[in-house]
Design a protein around this ligand. Structure first.
Ligand code: NI
Length: 178
């Protein structure tokens, strides 16, 4: 098990669209394990592969800190099947430390994915887990919460983003420790 470096805003991998996983190899299973460990160490509730420098269509989620009845889940090649309703809630992101803002999303979603063993499953979700999953699927499509912010909010965080961007670029050049 290894803790992976979490990529910050400005690191180009965060803007890449993830590619489908065809084969659930030992490496993929190792990556899932490392992503869970990295997410827990950072006290996050979700993590997408791009955030640790990979471009596989893979994310992990554990919203138990916010919803004790949920369980840790890995989603490989997740697809949103349907959406319904709308809700607005504050979101943050491990790739954008220090920045939180309101994001509007569908309130309920249906999703299909493969689990860590390659078994296909479908789930209907709402509440915090639906919100977190949509946030992570955005990452797989190269989308970050700042794109959901309104113009006023984007202006307010411009300085913070510029700082993070420098950090992300240094990461991409391999000039950071962790
Ligand atoms: Ni995020």
């Amino acid at each position: 098990m290894a803790l992976l470096e979490i990529k910050k805003f400005g690191c180009p991998v965060l803007r890449q669209k993830a590619t489908l996983i065809c084969d659930i190899t030992d490496e993929v299973q190792q990556l899932i394990e490392d992503m869970f460990a990295t997410m827990y160490a950072a006290e996050g509730v979700g993590l997408a592969a791009q955030q640790v420098g990979f471009t596989e269509r893979l994310l992990v989620l554990d919203v138990r800190p916010r919803d004790p009845l949920s369980e840790p889940l890995a989603f490989i090649n997740p697809e949103i099947l349907w959406t319904e309703g709308e809700c607005i809630g504050e979101e943050g992101c491990l790739s954008l430390p220090g920045i939180v803002g309101d994001v509007r999303r569908p309130a309920q979603i249906g999703v299909r994915a493969l689990d860590g063993n390659g078994r296909e499953f479908e789930m209907d979700l709402d509440g915090i887990v639906a919100k977190a999953l949509q946030h992570e699927i955005d990452h797989l499509n190269g989308v970050l919460i700042v794109e959901h912010f309104n113009a006023i909010k984007r202006n307010l965080v411009r300085g913070q983003l510029r700082k993070l961007q420098r950090e992300g670029k240094r990461q991409a050049l391999g000039l950071t420790y962790k």
